[in-house]
Design a protein around this ligand. Structure first.
Ligand SMILES: Nc1ncnc2c1ncn2[C@@H]1O[C@H](COP(=O)(O)OP(=O)(O)OP(=O)(O)O)[C@@H](O)[C@H]1O
Ligand SMILES: Nc1nc2c(c(=O)[nH]1)N=C(CO)CN2
Length: 169
């Protein structure tokens, strides 16, 4: 590797949808990420059906987590994710409310980021079984140890609201 080249960063993204067709929104978002020349989708968790958390008067979600390799810096990856959300009809009205697609960046390599637009690791990740369950699955696929994730999972309430919906291919 010469000085000009740099290795891709492995990033983890959580996806959620609770407006039909939920599965189609998840798959369209994954395809759109992979269509970007600077992003390669490496791994996908199973899809989980989950009870809404936070704002309860809404339909159940489908949630999953993917791992991507990217040559983009974190702020550019976020920009791409927000553009895909807009393209797939995401409208921001109710906080924590219904959405065609929500894309949250969980990790970006081993970076810690605290800017006005981007917090990495995602600050609410450890409270959310709908994120931790699929994240643990992807980490397991990669043979990564996940002691801290398992510990967080044990502490999180609402794990019973997360059920396997479709197994990863
Ligand atoms: N790690 C992150 N991943 C995605 N967005 C982030 C992250 N950190 C900060 N943000 C900022 O959060 C803003 C609002 O995100 P969004 O509307 O998706 O929030 P939400 O999904 O309603 O709530 P939550 O962030 O708790 O999932 C985005 O425009 C983005 O700038
Ligand atoms: N089950 C579930 N609940 C949620 C979700 C989500 O993706 N799944 N997203 C939220 C806002 O980020 C609020 N509540």
């Amino acid at each position: 590797m010469n000085a000009q080249q740099h290795q891709d960063t492995l990033a983890y993204i959580a996806l959620g949808s609770n407006i039909e067709n939920r599965e189609s929104y998840l798959l369209q978002a994954i395809a759109a990420l992979n269509d970007d020349a600077n992003i390669k989708v490496k791994m996908c968790s199973s899809i989980y059906e989950t009870e809404p958390v936070g704002y309860l008067e809404q339909a159940p979600f489908l949630n999953m987590v993917i791992a991507v390799a990217t040559s983009l810096p974190a702020d550019q990856l976020l920009k791409t994710m927000l553009a895909i959300e807009s393209r797939l009809g995401r409208i921001r009205d109710v906080r924590f409310g219904p959405r065609t697609i929500d894309l949250d960046m969980l990790f970006f390599g081993n970076e810690h980021i605290a800017s006005a637009d981007l917090m990495i690791p995602h600050p609410r990740m450890s409270e959310r079984a709908f994120v931790l369950v699929p994240l643990a699955e992807v980490l397991r696929m990669q043979g990564l140890t996940m002691a801290s994730i398992s510990q967080q999972l044990e502490q999180v309430e609402g794990k019973e609201g997360v059920t396997l919906w479709k197994k990863a291919p």
